[in-house]
Design a protein around this ligand. Sequence first.
Ligand SMILES: [Zn+2]
Ligand SMILES: [Zn+2]
Length: 329
Amino acid sequence: MRSLIYKELGVVEEGQSPDPTMPIWVRVEATGICGTDLKAVFKGHKYFVPPTVLGHEFYGQIAKAPAGFKYPVGTWVVVAPYYDCGECSWCKAGKGDLCTTKKYVEAGSFAEYEGVPEGYEDGIFVLPEEKDPANYDVYALTEPLACILNGTRRLETIKGYSKVLVVGGGPMGALFALYYSQIGIDVSIVEPSDERAAKLRSFGINTVKFEDVKKGEYDNVVLAVNIGSLVKQYLPLVRNGGTILVFAGLPKGEVLEVDAGAVHYNEVSVKGCSGFALDDFRKAFDIIKADPKRYRQLITHKFGFKDGQKAFELLRQGKAFKVLLGSEY
Ligand SMILES: [Zn+2]
Ligand SMILES: [Zn+2]
């Protein structure tokens, strides 16, 4: 089948990859490019070694399924790229994102088809009826929003009291802010690029400059940029009793500088999160379904596999928010 192959460090190219071997096939309409994909291509990633096919933020249509499968061929769906087993000690404690026996789809979804194993029905969500299938593109944001909901579970936000500061106005930072403002939490983004800040404001998101962040103004600070030194920089600014969330991925072994006084006397917590639990995915799906317009504005570009390299470059240069890739575009 046609795919976008991650060929070597820095290079993606349209090519062929093996058809799925799993019993259920989803024809992938589009896949969002994730920060992890970007990092894998330009910096390398120990789990994604080229040549390989990346991509996990996808939606499409059931294309092939065994007789008696819950959803008929042609059904539009968004599929969780993985989900928690529901039975291990983490899952039973409501910490499904930490499950070590997750179920997975077959491979990367920058391809015509994605394979789904039998017994995966809980990870498949049927999209609401739409006259124009292009309107389904917003569901590529289900997985990133699920990761954000996982992050929000680490933060205590109190209406009328809490102020959230998101550091970094990339696609994830913007998604954080869109969600918090939707539920009535005061949220702002620190974004150094004037061009990006202007775009964020066009989405209805409040932006601030670092110089204008006052000590104690924000009780929750979300680091949506993968720079470890931001912990040291922002910790003294967090309101007493607040939390700083290390949301963007940082490498194993990197040591963060944390002032003990801030943690002890000021009761500021440093927390992290990674991925999502199936519950987050389900909630993200419902949130997008209830207000697709709000989230769709984040999708700034769509490209076919032939323009895959261009799509990755655009993101690397910070010139796009969410970029979708599809074999039919
Ligand atoms: Zn993702
Ligand atoms: Zn589990």
